[in-house]
Design a protein around this ligand. Structure first.
Ligand SMILES: CC(C)(COP(=O)(O)OP(=O)(O)OC[C@H]1O[C@@H](n2cnc3c(N)ncnc32)[C@H](O)[C@@H]1OP(=O)(O)O)[C@@H](O)C(=O)NCCC(=O)NCCS
Length: 208
């Protein structure tokens, strides 16, 4: 399908939400996502696994969004928190395929959030590199995902080996205090990873 000709007619109804993607779908999404160095530099911190098997092993809840056979977006929750074994909270990560960015990408992200909520996730937080203006616009824009800004967290995550300030945001406005607590726990977790043998694997992105 040619997105440039069909985007106007794509709605939330025509996007398919895939909670159990096939290996083939996973590989298509993963390879496309890492194929754009310009995106990746500000998008994914050094803590994110760089291989698909390691990513899938890292305790994530993932949704792929498709239109026909095209992968439109991959949206996931990581650093999951559980109550009595059920996931109740997580940090959102995502990627929207370049041809589908804009209205369709936003609709896809909303469907993913609804899917997480339907599976019992009540609290969703975001930590966004301040240099990632597109992600900030999508996440906190009132006409977009409408997350609430919580704080600027200095040096929250390493990107390309540099501790980088991030915007912390929360899906539900009433979760501001909860988001601050979750951010503090996550910062301690990253500090433990850094102190572990081998530390954080800093994989520099190939220069374009
Ligand atoms: C972040 C991302 C999901 C946003 O996708 P999207 O909302 O569908 O579409 P766009 O990328 O076109 O950007 C969304 C908005 O940000 C704006 N924007 C894009 N780049 C920008 C920049 N450098 N500065 C300011 N605003 C910018 C766009 O103009 C658009 O706003 P508009 O709708 O008012 O025109 C997508 O760019 C992406 O997948 N990026 C790579 C992965 C990533 O960064 N993931 C998030 C990790 S936190």
């Amino acid at each position: 399908m040619n997105p440039t000709r069909s985007t106007a007619s794509i709605t939330q109804e025509t996007l398919t939400v895939t909670e159990r993607p096939t290996w083939e779908q996973l590989h298509v999404w993963w390879d496309a996502m890492w194929n754009n160095p310009e995106d990746i530099r500000v998008a994914f911190s050094d803590v994110m696994p760089r291989s698909l098997p390691r990513f899938l092993e890292s305790d994530v809840m993932l949704v792929l969004l498709t239109v026909g056979s095209d992968c439109v977006a991959g949206i996931w929750l990581h650093d999951l928190e559980r109550v009595h074994g059920h996931v109740t909270a997580g940090w959102v990560g995502g990627w929207i395929a370049p041809p589908w960015r804009g209205v369709v990408g936003c609709a896809a992200a909303k469907l993913a959030l609804a899917s997480f909520q339907a599976r019992g996730v009540q609290h969703i937080f975001a930590a966004i590199n301040l240099a990632n203006r597109a992600s900030i616009a999508l996440t906190v824009g009132q006409s977009m995902l409408g997350f609430t800004r919580v704080m600027r967290y200095p040096g929250f995550l390493p990107y390309q080996g540099t501790d980088t300030d991030c915007l912390i945001a929360t899906w539900h406005a009433e979760d501001v205090a909860r988001a601050k607590g979750a951010a503090a726990r996550r910062a301690r977790h990253v500090a433990r990873l850094r102190a572990a043998p081998g530390g954080i694997m800093t994989t520099r992105v190939r220069q374009a």
